[in-house]
Design a protein around this ligand. Structure first.
Ligand SMILES: C[S@@+](CC[C@H](N)C(=O)[O-])C[C@H]1O[C@@H](n2cnc3c(N)ncnc32)[C@H](O)[C@@H]1O
Length: 224
């Protein structure tokens, strides 16, 4: 039986193991081979925590997530749209996701996804240069998420938060320790990022993502 979680438009089924779902905005269409389940005339898409860091963070017991129907979202590191597609289910037809990635190969797939999901706008841009896409995004946005493997990922995150997020808006950051410094212990890197963020935003939740994603941490913050 699929039931509502404490988060808007995120659902779960508890059998032998727990599974997460979002309601499919485009019934009958899969995005990355995920399972589709019909219950009482509603189609749900399984949200795989092995392929999506926000789903992994929720499986790790996250208490705050912050994304809601109708939100305008800036998504940095969209890739071909696995997680973007679930955000698209959650924000629904009244919401909008500006999905940024700088790799032409993945943005091609993202463009195909946007053709069937009209609440996603693809942007082939470098998240490290927010001034280059400032005029392409209706801002301030309500919610910002970043998942990019870059050495200066926390800096990139804050530049975008400062430029695009409304006051009081949620900003979520997935940190890949090995991209920041392969020689340091992940725990030390996560602590450094925590200190950096604490001075700039309010950290309201934090999870490490193992065993779903090795050496990754997930911060949920709010702009002051
Ligand atoms: C781990 S993948 C993202 C996966 C995606 N968030 C998901 O869950 O479906 C990281 C992505 O970040 C992109 N990326 C890395 N650095 C970037 C930058 N400076 N600007 C924009 N995209 C970047 C890469 O091209 C890659 O597609």
């Amino acid at each position: 039986m699929i039931t509502q979680t404490k988060f808007f438009e995120i659902f779960e089924e508890k059998k032998k193991k727990r599974s997460l779902f979002t309601k499919n905005l485009v019934p009958g269409k899969q995005v990355y081979g995920e399972k589709l389940v019909n219950q009482a005339g509603v189609e749900y898409r399984e949200w795989n925590p092995m392929k999506s860091k926000p789903a992994a963070a929720i499986m790790k017991g996250l208490n705050q997530f912050g994304l809601k129907p109708g939100d305008k979202v800036l998504y940095l590191g969209a890739s071909s749209g696995t997680t973007v597609s679930h955000f698209s289910d959650i924000v629904g037809r009244e919401g909008m996701i500006f999905a940024v990635d700088f790799a032409p190969r993945v943005v091609r797939d993202l463009v195909s996804l946007c053709e069937i999901r009209s609440n996603i706008a693809p942007l082939l841009e470098d998240a490290n240069k927010p001034e280059t896409y400032r005029d392409k995004i209706i801002h301030p946005v309500d919610f910002l998420f970043q998942d990019i493997a870059q050495k200066n990922q926390a800096d990139i995150f804050m530049k975008n938060v400062e430029m695009f997020l409304k006051k009081g808006g949620y900003c979520l950051l997935a940190v890949k320790a090995r991209s920041v410094d392969i020689t340091q212990k992940p725990g030390k890197i996560f602590n450094d990022v925590k200190k950096f963020l604490r001075d700039r935003v309010e950290i309201v939740d934090y999870r490490e993502l193992n065993p779903f994603e090795k050496d990754h941490a997930f911060f949920v913050c709010k702009k002051r």
